[in-house]
Design a protein around this ligand. Sequence first.
Ligand SMILES: *Cc1c(COP(=O)(O)O)cnc(C)c1O
Length: 365
Amino acid sequence: MEDATILDFEFEAHTNPRTGDDRAAILANPGFGKVFTDHMAVIRYSADKGWHDARIQPYAPLQIDPACAVLHYAQEIFEGLKAYRLPDGGAALFRPEENARRFRESAERMAMAPLPEELFLASIRELVKADRDWIPEGEGASLYLRPFMFASETFLGVKPASEYLYLVIASPAGAYFKGGAPSVTLWVSDHYTRAAPGGTGAAKCGGNYAASLVAQAEAIRQGCDQVVFLDAVENRYVEELGGMNVFFVFDDGSISTPPLSGTILPGITRESLITLARGAGVEVREERYSIDQWRDDAKSGRLREAFACGTAAVVTPIGAVRGNGFEFQIGNGGPGMLTERLREQLVGIQRGVAPDPHGWLERLF
Ligand SMILES: *Cc1c(COP(=O)(O)O)cnc(C)c1O
C-alpha cells in the first residue's frame, strides 16, 4: 500500500467556538497546558489503507475502546513545538522539520507506523492557520503545539499495532517564567535511572515520562525543582533532566553537554544552542561529565554556570545541585552570563527580532 505523502485536510469548522472575549480573557493569562484551541488535527493510519482521513476538526474528547492497545502496552509518542507571534503580527514555527524527523524516528523505535514528515508539517501548518487568533502576543508567550500518536487498534495481543491515530492539539502558553527564568535546584537521583543502553531514551515517548515521575516526585519531596538522571550503567555520568537537556559552562569560556549516546533525547534546543555557541566562537564539547567532577568543578570555580534547555522553558539556569549526602551551588546561584546570552540569542531568533542566519524560522503567515 502506497502512502500518500500529501493528503488534503478536510476542514470541519467548530460550530460553537469560543467568543473573541472569551479568547482574549484566556490569552491574557493562559498558564501552561490547561486550555486548548477550538480545533485539532487528526490523521488515521491502518495497515491496509495507509495514512488517510486527514482532518482539521473541532477539539473534542475521543472515544476509545477499553481494549485500545495504547492503554495496555503504551505504544505512544509525542512532540512539542511552538508557534511564535512575529513583530508584524505574522507567525512562525522554529525548525519544525526537526520535530517531523524526530517524530518519525521515535515511531520507528516504538515499532509504530512512521508518519511522513511532509504530513506532520502540513498538520501543524493547517492547525495553526485554523486557530491563528489563538497565538498570544508578548514576551515569552506562544502557541504550544502537541503532536502525538498512539496505537488505536482494539486488540490485547502483544505486537506492534496495525492502526494508529495521530493528532495535534494546541494550547496557548504564557511566559514559562515571568521576567526571565529563575534558577532551579536539581535533585540527583541515585536509585532511579531514565534510560539504559538499548532502551527508549532517545525516543520521545510517553513511557519515558511515566518512568521518570517517581524520581521527579522524590526531587520535589527533597525540596528541589527537577530531577537530574545519571547514566544507568555506572551511575556516574550526568545525562539529562526528565524533559530537558543539560549544559555546563567553564571558566575558560568553553561549554560542554553530554553526548547523544542513545540514552539521551536529542533536543532541538540543545542542537540549536550548540550551533549558536560555536557561531559565537565558543568551544563546545559533547562529552561525558560525571557528578563527582561537577561537584569538584563547582567547588573549585572551574565550573561557572550550568543550565537546562528544551522547547517549553527554553533555557533554565541551574543554581544548585543536591543529592544523598551532598549539596553544591553553581556560581553565585543565579543565572550566569553566558547562559543569559545564549537564551537571549535563541529567543531573539524565535520571536523574529534577531537575524536568522541558519534559516530556522518558518513563517506561516
Ligand atoms: C523533548 C525533550 C527534551 C527537549 O527537546 P527539545 O527539542 O529541545 O524541546 C529533552 N529531554 C527530553 C527527555 C525530552 O522529552
